[in-house]
Design a protein around this ligand. Structure first.
Ligand SMILES: C[C@@](CO)(OP(=O)(O)O)[C@H](O)COP(=O)(O)OP(=O)(O)OC[C@H]1O[C@@H](n2ccc(N)nc2=O)[C@H](O)[C@@H]1O
Ligand SMILES: Nc1ncnc2c1ncn2[C@@H]1O[C@H](COP(=O)(O)OP(=O)(O)O)[C@@H](O)[C@H]1O
Length: 279
């Protein structure tokens, strides 16, 4: 991609909820969460140039989205009081549990900060996932998303993300929950390697998975297919329908992604976002 002079480019990495427990519900209906969140190397890309506020879209999933006032890129710029010509390359499926819209909003806020507009005081007004997407590093996310506790970087992971091209409404999945008072996550240790992480994940859940599968049974098929391709661990992210699998190495992940894409699903091998190496 050619970056025009004076332009500021920010990646908008896909968010993954490796574990997501629903621990309660506030009086206003928003749910209390306890989630281990990380970010993948694959994502959308935003480029901002000085100028009046505008938005253009390209990329494989641009057709699923319109560049109207409701687009989270424009809402983010308005909340920050920033003016810019924004170009969004939409590489992530829309409404898919990997926070694409929130990641885009957070990337616009980071780009505007680099152009001299301070971050807004309440980024969660754009969406519950926006605060965690601003830092874009491993974190424990709590309350309704506004409590973000940064964690040491996770060990390297060979990941496959699969979306069966069925959009799911986050609101509808929360509304379909059978229980809203589940136990919190166990303490999150510093993970020595991927095996330690998957061992810990096996003791956790995504409490949104049953409700999402009830709306879109193909999610169960995706999870089975990831396991059949050799994933040592597979789970749905967020409110779905995107699922992730953790593989032994990048070659296994590449092979699995190529096979799973034959179903007509969006399937991509990736790793954790740069900057997320162990420290
Ligand atoms: C479920 C999560 C987990 O990370 O991810 P996604 O599936 O969206 O990726 C997030 O909490 C989603 O964040 P986000 O997508 O920004 O949600 P919002 O736009 O704020 O809310 C969409 C709708 O989801 C419900 N909602 C969202 C967050 C929350 N803590 N409780 C809720 O009940 C509300 O009904 C709300 O109207
Ligand atoms: N830039 C954007 N990218 C994705 N979705 C957006 C964007 N702006 C607004 N939206 C709307 O936000 C909703 C949630 O999208 P998204 O963040 O992709 O979902 P999720 O958080 O489940 O991954 C969609 O219904 C979409 O119409």
């Amino acid at each position: 991609m050619t970056v025009p002079a004076g332009a500021v480019t920010e990646p908008a990495p896909a968010k993954l909820n490796l574990a997501l427990h629903v621990t309660g519900r506030r009086a206003d209906g928003y749910h209390l969460l306890d989630s281990l969140v990380c970010f993948a190397a694959i994502g959308d890309v935003v480029t901002l140039r000085p100028g009046p506020l505008s938005l253009t879209l390209d990329g494989p999933f641009a057709d699923g989205l319109s560049a109207d006032d409701d687009n989270l890129c424009l809402r983010a710029a308005r909340l920050a009081g920033g003016q810019a010509a924004i170009a969004l390359t939409k590489n992530l499926p829309v409404a898919s549990g990997i926070g694409g819209g929130s990641a885009d909003a957070a990337a616009v806020l980071r780009a505007l900060a680099r152009m001299g507009h301070p971050l807004p005081a309440h980024p969660e007004r754009l969406g519950a996932d926006v605060p965690v997407c601003i830092a874009s590093g491993a974190a424990r996310m709590q309350a309704t998303g506004e409590v973000v506790i940064p964690l040491p970087a996770l060990p390297p992971l060979s990941l496959v993300l699969v979306n069966p091209r069925v959009p799911l409404s986050t609101h509808a999945v929360f509304a379909g929950l059978a229980r809203r008072d589940n136990p919190a996550l166990p303490p999150i240790p510093r993970f020595a390697d991927a095996t330690a992480l998957t061992g810990w994940l096996a003791r956790t859940r995504n409490d949104l998975e049953p409700a999402a599968i009830a709306s879109a049974p193909v999610i169960a098929t995706v999870l089975q297919a990831l396991r059949a391709q050799g994933a040592g661990f597979a789970r749905m992210s967020g409110s779905g329908a995107t699922c992730f699998g953790i593989f032994a190495d990048a070659a296994c992940a590449d092979r699995a992604a190529a096979t799973l894409a034959r179903h007509g699903w969006w399937a991509t091998a990736t790793e954790l976002a740069p900057g997320a190496a162990p420290r």
